[in-house]
Design a protein around this ligand. Sequence first.
Ligand SMILES: Cc1cc2nc3c(=O)[nH]c(=O)nc-3n(C[C@H](O)[C@H](O)[C@H](O)COP(=O)(O)OP(=O)(O)OC[C@H]3O[C@@H](n4cnc5c(N)ncnc54)[C@H](O)[C@@H]3O)c2cc1C
Length: 224
Amino acid sequence: MQQLSFKLTSKNKLTHDVYELIFTTPETIQVEPGQYTLFMLPKSKLRRAYSIGYTDGQTFTFIIKQIEGGAGSTEICSLEIGEEIMGMIPLGHFVLKANTTPKLFIGTGTGFAPLYFQIRAMMDTDIETPLLFLFGVRNVVDIFYTEILDQMKEQYPLFNYQLFLSQEETKGTIHGRVTDFLTPENIATYGEFYLCGSPAMVKDAREKLGNLGIEKEKVFFEQY
Ligand SMILES: Cc1cc2nc3c(=O)[nH]c(=O)nc-3n(C[C@H](O)[C@H](O)[C@H](O)COP(=O)(O)OP(=O)(O)OC[C@H]3O[C@@H](n4cnc5c(N)ncnc54)[C@H](O)[C@@H]3O)c2cc1C
């Protein structure tokens, strides 16, 4: 683990409250897909963890929800291009198992970030493993990155994703919770399960997978 300076090089508002922030570091760092950075925020003096959404080792993408009344997320999402903050990296044990077992990824909200990195990492090295991503948000306005996910589908025929909206019915999405997907038929072909999102979703998914006879060792999760 190292402490490094992260310089903001790009900032995109993905939805009404989610930002994509891209930072560069002065040196290349080896990280595993699913790990996170602990940022030291200079104004509030808070320390906040953010999952790495993608990296080539020197350019780091984060997907951060600016929470109303949230001091840390508001400070980091208010950074201007060129500003630098310190971060400790790499941290965390929610890492991809680099094998050919078909994988189901389940994420809600910004729980998207580490799963996205894990899926991209699989695609970078392996073209034969089926990957399915279930991405859940509340409403259409909370959806992001679908163009990128569509491109990934084209490039990697064994990848697919499904969008779940818990509070709205719209064409092309499934009305319900991501955990509704967890039935014996739907999960039959998957051997590993990666979960990231709210504690309630992770708890529900773990319970359902357990009831379906999936061993704990096959279920990996991070919650926030
Ligand atoms: C390992 C790890 C990885 C993480 N990765 C990400 C990430 O990639 N993207 C990301 O956006 N966040 C991520 N988080 C969450 C992040 O670290 C902060 O907890 C979050 O940004 C809130 O911090 P804050 O200072 O803004 O809010 P706080 O000041 O800590 O909280 C303000 C209020 O918001 C509530 N609150 C806290 N979190 C949430 C939430 N997620 N949704 C709704 N209300 C909330 C609190 O209960 C409190 O009432 C991660 C957390 C962990 C532990």
